[in-house]
Design a binder for this molecule. Structure first.
Ligand SMILES: NC(=O)C1=CN([C@@H]2O[C@H](COP(=O)(O)OP(=O)(O)OC[C@H]3O[C@@H](n4cnc5c(N)ncnc54)[C@H](OP(=O)(O)O)[C@@H]3O)[C@@H](O)[C@H]2O)C=CC1
Ligand SMILES: O=C1O[C@H](COP(=O)(O)O)[C@@H](O)[C@H](O)[C@H]1O
Length: 502
């Protein structure tokens, strides 16, 4: 599909997200021939740059030299310094855009990308609207809003309400970059493009579902932001619940954006509310402590730059919950995410029920339940099916066997980054892989009792776990059942450090 000629206006253009994700994503789109003939990026920030010095900064950030740096891509990048809170500066922005339209032929089609501190997300749309920059009289106007979309249920509702005064839902693109990952989209194809998974995909055959998003890095340079957020808001409210919806949703009637988003919303609306009395048994919080990983000393969270030395913000969380509907009644979902875990891996494990009668166990003493489907989101994307097979030789010794598929074997084409995919979708006006306002609010509604508990006078415990381990030991207690544990794709790496209550 061809994209319309357009300008991407990035607010927060001197920031980390722009240099690490957004501009590289547009660069890759250009390399793959996905950009329209007439196109520009207009960077916006308070910092003063000339257009040339802004281009040079981006080339340096992207470590580009020689031919790459001289490519026509950088000639399409412009910059305007602007104080996001000054109404007069938006007059200058409008003039700049009108000038670029005349010069380049971009036809008044603009994507406004909000990559600023989140408090500005509710202000910038109002200022844009004062200048008529939300009007689609001449060219389309789309607004991409970065995460976090609110910090709790009330603020998310207010933010929706405020932005919707100026932009319609159809113009609004709330980004959740997990939805841009190829393998996340592939969950839909796996489930709804094959006849044999779906008949088993329900409470009759599935024992429990496990979703993990583990990171080996700590908070890096984002300590200031992270300390006011924590794993629950940073990862669970958005990415992990979106993954849950992909696993749990009903087949949509069509592949239209709203058909899919209606089904994901129904999942969020069916999440069994977490009630305060149960929370101590289904909600675990952890924070990484100093340790040694592969011989190297690693800081604890409280020693990280920008973090309160007495912080009680969780860098790990695990949660057990249920989806109350016909398909999933009684099936526990376990999710966990954390920083400074032993490896970077995101995966979904569907644990199938064991056979009703353990024929081989009775006769020969061995027959575990091997039946799992593992959907690996990253890295080394793919799908692994585990089942039991007879070991060659006498008797009936049953061992685990694997059938695996690697995404990289399907095509030699390099996979697009999530931001690349999502930006292209926005250029095409396709919001399927963006979160709808009602879904974002439903996710906050589910999380809110946990936030209330965290902010109460008697907050939940927080446990220290050594950086490089799989989080607090007590996370294992969440999963109930004979011989059932989390899947550990790689062993603990921490060679010292303490598990403790903080
Ligand atoms: N970095 C990441 O990996 C991710 C970031 N995000 C979200 O994207 C947004 C941007 O993040 P990130 O790039 O890391 O943040 P940075 O702090 O690196 O950049 C923020 C940018 O906003 C600009 N800005 C505009 N107005 C203001 C203002 N009034 N006060 C302060 N800064 C202002 C700053 O430029 P100037 O000073 O020139 O005005 C700066 O370029 C955040 O909301 C974050 O939550 C989401 C996912 C990942
Ligand atoms: O949104 C976020 O996601 C990243 C993890 O993304 P991934 O694509 O690397 O899995 C996380 O590090 C960050 O804290 C969070 O804000």
């Amino acid at each position: 599909m061809n994209s319309d000629n357009c300008i991407i206006v990035i607010f927060g253009a001197s920031g980390d997200l722009t240099k690490r994700k957004l501009v590289p994503a547009v660069y890759d789109l250009k390399k793959r021939g996905h950009l329209p003939d007439r196109f520009a990026i207009l960077g916006i920030g308070r910092t003063e740059y000339s257009e040339e010095s802004f281009r040079e900064k981006l080339q340096a950030d992207m470590e580009m030299e020689g031919d790459e740096a001289n490519s026509s891509f950088f000639q399409d990048i412009y910059y305007q310094s602007l104080n996001t809170s000054s109404p007069d500066d938006y007059v200058k922005l409008k003039d700049k855009l009108t000038g670029l339209d005349k010069q380049l032929g971009t036809e008044g089609n603009y994507i406004f990308y909000l990559a600023t501190p989140p408090r500005l997300y509710s202000l910038i749309p109002g200022f844009l609207s004062e200048q008529g920059l939300n009007s689609e009289e001449r060219g389309w106007k789309r607004l991409i809003v970065e995460k976090p979309f609110g910090t709790d249920l009330q603020s998310a509702r207010e933010l929706n309400r405020e932005i919707l005064k100026y932009f319609n839902e159809s113009q609004l693109y709330r980004i959740d970059h997990y939805l841009g990952k190829e393998t996340v989209q592939n969950i839909l194809v796996t489930r709804f493009g094959n006849g044999f998974f779906e008949p088993l995909w329900n409470r009759n055959f599935i024992d429990h579902v496990e979703i993990t998003a583990a990171e080996s890095l700590g908070v890096e340079k984002r300590g200031g932001y992270y300390d006011s957020s924590g794993a629950l808001k940073d990862m669970v409210q958005n990415h992990l619940l979106q993954l849950t919806a992909m696993v749990a949703m009903e087949p949509p009637a069509s592949f239209e954006s709203d058909a899919i988003r209606n089904e994901t919303l129904k999942v969020f609306q069916s999440l069994k509310p977490l009630n305060r009395d149960e929370l101590d048994n289904c909600f675990i919080r952890g924070q990484y402590t100093a340790s040694t990983i592969k011989g190297e000393k690693v800081k604890g969270y409280r020693e990280e730059e920008g973090v309160d030395p007495e912080s009680r913000t969780e860098t790990f969380t695990a949660l057990k919950f249920y989806i109350e509907n016909w398909r999933w009644g009684g099936v526990p979902f376990y999710i966990r995410t954390g920083k400074r875990l032993p490896t970077r891996v995101s995966e979904i494990v569907i644990h199938f029920k064991s056979t009703p009668h353990k024929l081989f166990k009775k006769a020969f003493g061995t027959q575990d339940n091997f039946n799992k489907l593992i959907i690996r989101i990253q890295p080394d994307e793919g799908i692994l099916l585990k089942f039991g097979m007879k070991m060659p030789g006498a008797g009936f010794d049953v061992k685990e066997a694997n059938m695996s598929f690697r995404y990289s074997e399907l095509s030699s084409v390099e996979m697009a980054s999530a931001y690349e995919r999502l930006l292209l979708d926005c250029m095409h006006g396709d919001s399927t892989l963006y979160a709808r306002g009602d879904a974002v609010e439903a996710c906050w509604e589910f999380i809110q009792p946990l936030l209330d508990y965290e902010n109460s006078d008697d907050p939940p415990k927080i446990y220290g776990y050594p950086a490089g381990s799989w989080g607090p030991d007590c996370a294992d207690d969440l999963i109930e059942g004979e011989g059932v544990t989390w899947r550990y794709p790689c062993k603990n790496l921490a060679s010292d450090g303490m598990f403790c209550e903080l």
